[in-house]
Design a protein around this ligand. Structure first.
Ligand code: ADP
Length: 433
């Protein structure tokens, strides 16, 4: 295995895995750090992505989980490591991007790495250390209202600087524009100067186009650790293939097919998801909203949703998705993380109930929500298939006892909040039959 990736949420893991598959790397996504005794066949696999749910937990716990994942990947023979976070750099002043990066650097005995959330195909670009979402600075985008990690500063040097013990610098677009050889020299100089600094240096890497990511991949392919969104995986995979470290496989994205029942579960309140939920409802398709107030009042919401679903003939959307002002009001009343957890728990209960109703295809919107759903289904690993929209592939996993008696394949499309076109839900369902 060439590359070991540690992803801080489940949709992010799928996103980076799909980039690697698209480049021809045979990739498996593992849900959580497996027990040492777990039998996971990684023969003929080029990259393994360990999906954690560490983005919004206590920083010390996130560090511990990430180091566990690192040790497991090292034990499996991974030669390079990639800490994957969101393309909108979702974090707070407490972390967890900074503390996890510091810990991984220390464990790998490296004093230099980069941070590059850029994903130009999804309109996430970095210029002079500032992150843009489309034409807006991150801090002007919908991310300023995120329920758990509101991003109110687009200057990533400042954002990361508040979270890490390392010095934070910049690998500028101007330096990248001078080409791979020149950029490699800059990186070598940074590595040399960082080696005497304690604990080290992290450079925010500018990237505006996929060409920039290719240049970065070439220049950074020898670093023991990179930290990034999913975009850089394109550049790194291409560099590994070019150097003959891995061989591109044209069948890397093949999945089993199924015509089984499908459902859409949405616990994301991001701008794109709100538009996707509206699009589905406006098309007159079946939908049921989870009312957070009824959850807080301990009403049996999951049970009622499942009873409703059992009566439906067509594919349904079940959603907690709300507009930012409503989310803010609910959070003020009930507390952001307590409310988030209640909703995630409800989605998890619904998902396992749906398995018993014969559902085998799930489109899930929201990173945390996807984590809750996948955990409740007991899915341990995902094979990554074809991309539906940038950053969102279909994946195949399997469910087994105690949910159902004999193991069966299921298909999952795990969508990070802000990804996907307005008609994403229908498009995903139509693309796999
Ligand atoms: P995204 O990928 O858009 O960030 P996530 O699922 O990661 O989506 O996070 C959304 C969080 O908001 C989850 O914890 C979810 O339970 C919570 N949530 C969902 N609906 C609501 C709502 N109506 N009010 C408050 N929080 C909500």
């Amino acid at each position: 295995m060439m590359l070991g990736v540690i992803a801080d949420d489940h949709t992010g893991a799928t996103d980076v895995a799909s980039m690697l598959v698209r480049s021809g790397l045979r990739t498996v996504q593992i849900i959580g750090v497996p027990l040492a005794s777990a039998a996971i066949d990684l023969q003929e696999i080029d990259a393994v992505v360990v999906a954690l749910k560490s983005r919004n937990i206590d920083p010390a716990e996130a560090v511990e989980q990430s180091l566990d994942a690192l040790r497991w990947l090292q034990h499996q023979g991974a030669q390079r490591f990639y800490f994957k976070y969101c393309s909108t750099f979702d974090s707070t002043a407490k972390g967890n991007i900074g503390p996890v990066t510091d810990a991984l650097m220390l464990a790998l005995k490296t004093h230099y790495t980069i941070a590059c959330p850029a994903f130009p195909e999804n309109q996430r670009t970095i210029f002079k250390g500032h992150l843009f979402v489309g034409d807006q600075l991150l801090s002007d985008s919908g991310m300023r209202h995120h329920p758990l990690t509101p991003m109110t500063d687009a200057n990533l040097i400042r954002v990361l600087g508040a979270q890490t013990k390392c010095k934070v610098g910049l690998l500028s677009h101007t330096q990248a524009a001078q080409g791979v050889t020149s950029l490699r020299q800059v990186v070598q100089q940074r590595i040399a100067s960082a080696s005497s600094a304690t604990p080290g240096e992290i450079d925010i890497a500018d990237a505006v186009t996929n060409t920039d990511l290719m240049t970065l991949g070439e220049a950074l392919a020898d670093l023991p650790l990179v930290t990034a969104g999913s975009g850089l995986a394109l550049g790194l995979a291409a560099a590994y293939i070019q150097r003959g470290l891995v061989t591109a496989d044209v069948h890397a994205a093949q999945l089993p097919t199924t015509t089984a029942k499908a459902v859409v579960l949405s616990g994301s309140c991001s701008v794109a998801t709100n538009a996707q939920v509206k699009h589905w409802i406006n098309a007159g398709r079946a939908a049921m909203r989870i009312d957070p107030r009824r959850l807080v009042a301990n009403e049996p919401v999951a049970l009622q949703v499942l009873e409703w679903h059992a009566q439906q003939k067509d594919t349904c959307l079940i959603y907690a998705t709300s507009e930012p002002d409503e989310v803010a009001a609910l959070q003020t009343e009930f507390g952001a993380s307590a409310l988030g957890e209640k909703i995630e728990h409800c989605m998890a209960q619904i998902a396992s109930g749906l398995i018993k109703q014969g559902v085998r295809r799930f489109v899930v919107a929201g990173g945390e929500t996807s984590g809750a759903v996948v955990n409740s289904l007991g899915v341990q690993s995902l094979k990554i298939g074809a991309t539906i929209d940038p950053g969102v592939p279909w994946t195949a996993g399997s469910v087994s006892a105690p949910l159902i008696s004999a193991p069966e394949s299921i298909l999952l499309a795990l969508k990070s909040g802000n990804f996907g076109s307005e008609d994403f839900f229908s498009k995903a369902l139509a693309s796999v039959k």
